[in-house]
Design a protein. Structure first.
Length: 243
């Protein structure tokens, strides 16, 4: 099920219905990362200007500036998950509507979240993701645990965020939580795919759109499996359509 959801989402990302959303998502992601870059550069510049070694030893200042620049690149990798959360919260409903109309036309479409609620939802996850990734960043110079903590934390956060955004179009929060916890390994594996993509330059910019599409497919697949097993929620009819 997860493999089919990944393949379907990969095809959806560059499909005609999602192409316009994709470019807007990329633009917003790049703008937010650029603002983060500018902020980090400014703060590091202030630190170096105030450091006594910068004035006394110019070569030290040059080395520190180089290391600071490299550190910014690393820092942006850790900032990408919370940035992705904000972008996903903004574009989720547009992506979900396009995917549902293309692949599940017989199903009743989900209910779009109010924009303010969707953004607050994304900001909540972005704050949690920022905190977790700051902790992971502190472990950067400890080989082994740094990668494990980064991957495990983001696999959980990505899986939870994107699944709840997709399922929240159909179910109240209590039911969404039950669905996620009842399929925690599948949802975690989906989050693991997105966490792995964070490490791939350029490709990681597509995470908000790809992740949203993948979790829409995954949610639909889980609902179909529950129905075929005779455990579907009462809100599904005999044909697997949402009521």
């Amino acid at each position: 099920m997860l493999i089919s959801s990944i393949l379907a989402a990969a095809r959806d990302v560059f499909s005609r219905p999602l192409r316009r959303i994709l470019w807007k998502s990329l633009a917003l992601t790049v703008v937010l990362l650029a603002l983060a870059w500018a902020g980090l550069t400014y703060l590091i510049g202030l630190f170096l200007q105030g450091h006594p070694l910068s004035a006394d030893y110019p070569i030290v200042d040059g080395i520190a500036s180089f290391l600071a620049g490299a550190g910014i690149f690393i820092g942006l990798a850790y900032l990408l998950p919370p940035v992705s959360a904000i972008v996903a919260g903004y574009f989720l409903d547009d992506v979900a509507e396009a995917v549902e109309a293309r692949h599940y036309p017989a199903d009743r479409p989900g209910r779009a979240l109010p924009l303010g609620q969707a953004l607050l939802y994304g900001l909540r996850f972005a704050g949690l993701s920022l905190l977790v990734n700051l902790i992971a960043l502190l472990l950067f110079f400890i080989p082994g645990p740094n990668i494990i903590v980064f991957f495990a934390a983001n696999a959980y956060l990505f899986g939870r965020e994107y699944f709840e955004l997709a399922a929240g179009r159909f179910w109240p929060q209590e039911e969404v939580t039950r669905l996620r916890t009842g399929n925690r390994l599948t949802v975690l594996a989906g989050g693991g795919v997105l966490a792995a993509l964070v490490l791939v330059p350029v490709v990681n910019l597509f995470i908000p759109i790809f992740g949203a599409a993948m979790m829409v497919h995954l949610h639909k697949g889980l609902m179909a499996r529950r129905l075929s097993a005779g455990h579907g929620p009462e809100r599904l009819d005999a044909r697997g359509r949402t009521l």
